[in-house]
Design a protein around this ligand. Structure first.
Ligand SMILES: Nc1ncnc2c1ncn2[C@@H]1O[C@H](COP(=O)(O)OP(=O)(O)OP(=O)(O)O)[C@@H](O)[C@H]1O
Ligand SMILES: [Mg+2]
Length: 329
């Protein structure tokens, strides 16, 4: 079942020096229980895509296209309807765990707020104050249950702790627990493991994979790291400068990248044996004045004249979508 369909999503930002044409014509679908990685270097528009889905873009954003969640367009929904979906059915784990939590609230208080927000229990302001004074045992049971789902040791103690008293890995687990407490169908994750050491990173990725299976979650995972994409995602979308360049099954894309940009990206993964590092020549583009045709053409070793003139359509090669004229008729 298709949960989310992103159609011709275009996001521009209006600023005092002009219009920054960041994301253009992003198209993909997300199935129930599927995990998708959005991969691209810094500034390629990954967070912008996630923020659009979550509905937290700043007011200078101009958005076009459609975001169909269970066949209804999120971009044309009223605020009341949206508040039932965003933060509830579609939730989010941020990059920086410590800054995402309130330092003056215990973990229990964070949970209580999330539970009340998701309507279990329904509480007005007075009952909220009461609940904060003494958390009823059934609510506490729910909190402990979710802390166990994310494998927090000694959950009773953790509930009474403040964010500063816990490690980065623990906090990331807590953020995951807070994100799944509303029983979402889609979880958006924006590089949630970059601030962690490799061992903890691996544990968090394994946890997300498990939750994906056990809860039937669909995950969109943003990362600049193809290795992370391989560990977490069935499907990968590679973005370059706000455009999609390649989309396919993660293992297949990594084994045999087709787009010259993806090739460069795969070659720049440090290998264990020899070879040294291969980067991609050149820097990111100017979004106020993006290159014509394929945005990668100024850096592409295989650029042809058509690449400068016309934006490539997605060509289907071995069941994969490649936005590159090398694969055109
Ligand atoms: N509110 C805004 N106004 C103007 N430009 C913006 C705004 N928000 C983002 N941008 C620009 O959009 C581009 C893409 O940013 P985005 O944060 O989506 O990239 P990213 O792929 O997530 O990068 P990173 O890996 O560094 O997090 C950047 O050039 C950024 O400066
Ligand atoms: Mg980002």
């Amino acid at each position: 079942m298709t949960l989310l369909e992103v159609k011709n999503l275009t996001v521009y930002f209006k600023t005092f020096i002009g219009i920054s044409k960041v994301v253009e014509d992003v198209n993909f679908t997300l199935e129930k229980g599927e995990s998708l990685a959005l991969v691209g270097e810094s500034g390629s528009g990954k967070t912008t895509v996630l923020k659009t889905i979550l509905g937290v873009l700043p007011p200078n954003a101009i958005v076009k296209g459609e975001l169909l969640f269970k066949n209804t367009n999120l971009l044309s929904m009223g605020n009341d309807e949206l508040s039932k979906i965003r933060g509830m059915e579609i939730t989010y784990i941020p990059q920086e765990p410590l800054s995402a939590l309130n330092p003056f609230y215990t973990i229990e208080e964070h949970f209580l707020d999330r539970l009340i927000l998701s309507g279990k229990p329904k509480a007005g302001i007075l009952s909220y104050i009461k609940l904060r004074r003494k958390v009823p045992s059934e609510l506490k049971k729910t909190m402990l249950e979710y802390l166990e789902k994310v494998k927090i040791p000694d959950p009773e103690r953790v509930l009474k702790s403040y964010p500063m008293q816990l490690s980065g890995g623990m906090l990331q687990r807590i953020l995951i627990a807070l994100a799944i407490v509303s029983n979402p169908s889609i979880l958006l994750a924006d590089e949630p493991t970059t601030a962690l050491d490799v061992v903890t990173q691996k544990e968090i990725l394994e946890l997300l994979k498990e939750l994906q299976k056990d809860l039937g979650l669909s995950i969109i995972y943003v990362t600049h790291d193809l290795g992370v994409a391989r560990a977490i995602a069935d499907k990968v979308i590679v973005m370059y400068a706000g455009h999609m360049v390649e989309e396919g099954i993660t293992s297949e894309v990594l084994a045999k990248p087709l787009h010259p940009y993806t090739k460069g990206l795969v070659d720049s993964i440090p290998k264990l044996v020899g070879g040294g590092l291969h980067g991609i020549e050149g820097g990111l583009i100017d979004y106020y004045n993006p290159p014509s045709g394929c945005r990668f053409h100024p850096r592409c070793p295989k650029a042809m004249s058509i690449c400068r003139e016309t934006r490539p359509k997605p060509f289907i090669v071995n069941g994969r979508k490649v936005y590159c004229w090398l694969y055109g008729e």
